[in-house]
Every structure is written in C-alpha cells, then in structure tokens.
Write a protein that binds this ligand. Structure first.
Ligand code: AHM
Ligand code: MG
Length: 338
C-alpha cells in the first residue's frame, strides 16, 4: 500500500480499493462523499470566526442569506452528500431523532451500506472558536429487502467497515481507518485537498496525560474517583502526577491522546440526573473512536467491557468511555475490578 506523504485522500482510497479485486467502488464513493462534505463544513467553520460581520444565527446576513447554526449546516451537508449516493441505505445522525432512509428514490437498487454520523461534535465549543469535529462510522447493511432498518446501524463496533473523524482545528485533519491501519490527512486549503500527512499512526503504549471533565467528580463512582486521585500521585504507570488536558470536544481530546498517549475518559455520572448512563453516544461517538484507537494500538472500554464488542440497542444509546494508550486504559480498568 503506498503511503507516500502528500497523496490525496481520494487517491489513497482508490489505491486501498485496488487491494480488493472484488470491490465495486461503492464503498469508496461513500468515503469520497464524506470528504467532500467535510471540506464544505471546514470552510464554514473557518468563516464562523467572522460571524459577527456575517450576521447572527437566525438573522439575514449582509448577502441576504439566512445564517444557520453550524451544526444544522453540517448535518444538512453530510446528509445531502450521503443521500446523493445510492449506496447508503440508512443514516443515524446525532441531529435526527429518527433513522433517516435515503433510498426512497432508488427502490430498484437498495444501498448496501449504513452510516452513523455526528456531523458537528463539541457543541459547547462551536460559538467560541475552539476545535470541533465530525465523527463517522460505516457498516454493511444486514437487513434484506428494499429499505434498510435500525438493525443496519445497531451492529457491534467490530463490524464497522470504516470509521473516522474530521478535526476542525488550527488545521483541518481527516483521520480514518478502513481496518488496516489509521491514516491522517491534512486539508491544504490552497489546493482544496486532504493530503496524507500522518501515515500508519501508532498511539504510544503509555502516556502521562489524562483528559476528563473533573467538575463531574462528585457524580462519579468511588472507584473512578480513586483512579483519578491516583493519577495525581506517584502510584500510576507514569510514576508521577499526570498532566490534565481537557478541551470538551471528543475529537480534539481524542486526537491529542492518539498522538501523545494517555487517556481520555467520560465515565458514568451515575449520580448526575442529566447523564445517568454516561454522556457519549455509542454509534457515532464511542464506537468509531474505539475503532481508530484499537487500529492504532490503543484500547477503548466502557469501564470493563471492550467498546467494540457492545451491540447497541437504540440509535442514541449512551455509554461511558475510557480510551487511549494500552497501559493507561488497563490501569483505569484495574480500579473497576477492585
Ligand atoms: P455534543 O454531542 O453535545 O457536542 O456532546 C459531546 C461532547 C464531546 O465532544 C465531549 O467529549 C463531551 O461532550 C464534553 O462534555 P462536557 O461538556 O460534559 O465535559
Ligand atoms: Mg456529539
């Protein structure tokens, strides 16, 4: 597989596809559509910094256009891009309560794939110019017949064909895996392409950074509190107080963890009436991030169980998540077993 830096994401996907002579190109087309929408969303996220000039959300801006919320904009663009492609049958989006059926005009040729997507994650950071992201996951359909159904997305994470995210940060980056390695591409706005910048990403086996919303400390179970306290002392894998870094955007916090090692966690806030089952969603947050983590040599658990082994029961199911370097995730797990 060519991993020459500077290869465009589309060329890379095409080269990957050529490894499978039976591939029809349909799956590659879905990835290409996601990438196209990501470029449009990236442009809009960058423009949002001058929102004051362009007009406030809900108003008409100086060009006479209605100003949309960025998450609504992103949802529309990703859904359009995926529906424009007759290979996707159903989509689960964080922005839509119900499953979306894309196939209604394509009854003669039902799509073979199901997509779960969080079009713009990190909602608390959208309006303040802090990094946000898109997370996606692709499954092969398992239901028969013309229309897809919820079962097509409600599959274990181990069955994901591809997963990835786009980070809208100081640069826009695309990181994805189709099962063989994890690769990172950086958007070069001058040519409008994602270029391979980080081939075969490997997460460090161990780090010394933890990332968690520690304001939730009073809501955590005793073993989670004990674990976090130990990270501030010397009795942990790093043998010294770990550094705390928390942005509050899963994509950004995970991206740092992927490169620098350590752990990101959103535990069960079992005493919090807002999030009694954890905050993050299995289908379009935890499972795709877990696939990237594992394919880069890391781990992802819900405290005890491997995230990728869990079969979700509903579209917006929530889960606790501990993801990161192997040593650090196993250290967190050891507290659950006490
Ligand atoms: P969102 O889907 O409403 O944006 O919520 C998900 C985000 C994640 O990106 C992030 O890890 C987490 O919520 C932060 O939550 P909190 O603000 O409770 O720390
Ligand atoms: Mg989200």
């Amino acid at each position: 597989m060519p991993t020459r830096r500077g290869t465009t994401s589309n060329r890379f996907i095409y080269n990957e596809q050529r490894q499978f002579p039976e591939a029809t190109g349909e799956f590659s087309e879905i990835l290409t559509q996601i990438i196209l929408a990501a470029k449009v969303v990236s442009r809009e996220v960058n423009r949002a910094g001058i929102a004051g000039i362009l007009g406030a959300v809900g108003e008409t801006n100086v060009q006479g256009e209605q100003v949309q919320k960025l998450d609504v904009f992103a949802n529309r663009h990703f859904l359009d891009a995926l529906s424009d492609n007759c290979h996707v049958s159903v989509i689960a989006s964080e922005e839509n309560e119900e499953l979306i059926h894309t196939d209604h005009d394509n009854k003669h040729r039902p799509g073979k794939y199901a997509v779960a997507i969080d079009p713009l994650d990190g909602s608390s950071n959208i309006d303040v110019n802090v990094s946000i992201g898109t997370i996606f996951s692709i499954h092969r359909r398992i239901t028969d017949g013309q229309d897809g159904g919820a079962d097509d997305v409600l599959q274990e994470g181990t069955r994901q064909l591809a997963a990835g995210y786009v980070l809208y940060g100081s640069s826009t980056m695309l990181v994805f895996s189709v099962g063989r390695g994890v690769h990172g591409f950086t958007l070069d706005p001058s040519v409008g392409e994602f270029l391979l910048s980080h081939p075969n990403i490997q997460m460090p086996k161990q780090g010394s950074i933890y990332s968690i919303n520690e304001g939730n400390f009073p809501y955590w179970a005793p073993e989670v509190r004990e674990w976090v306290v130990s990270l501030k002392g010397a009795h942990n894998p790093a043998g010294k107080p770990n550094s705390l870094r928390y942005i509050g955007s899963l994509v950004a916090d995970f991206h740092r963890t992927l490169f620098k090692g350590g752990i990101f966690a959103y535990p069960l806030d079992y005493k919090d009436p807002k999030n009694p089952r954890g905050k993050l969603r299995m289908l379009y947050e935890a499972a795709p991030i877990a696939m990237i983590a594992e394919n880069a040599g890391g781990l992802a658990i819900d405290g005890q169980r491997r995230i990728l082994d869990i079969k979700p029961k509903s579209l917006h199911e929530r889960t606790p998540l501990f993801v990161g370097s192997e040593v650090d995730v196993n250290f967190a797990r050891s507290f659950q077993d006490r």
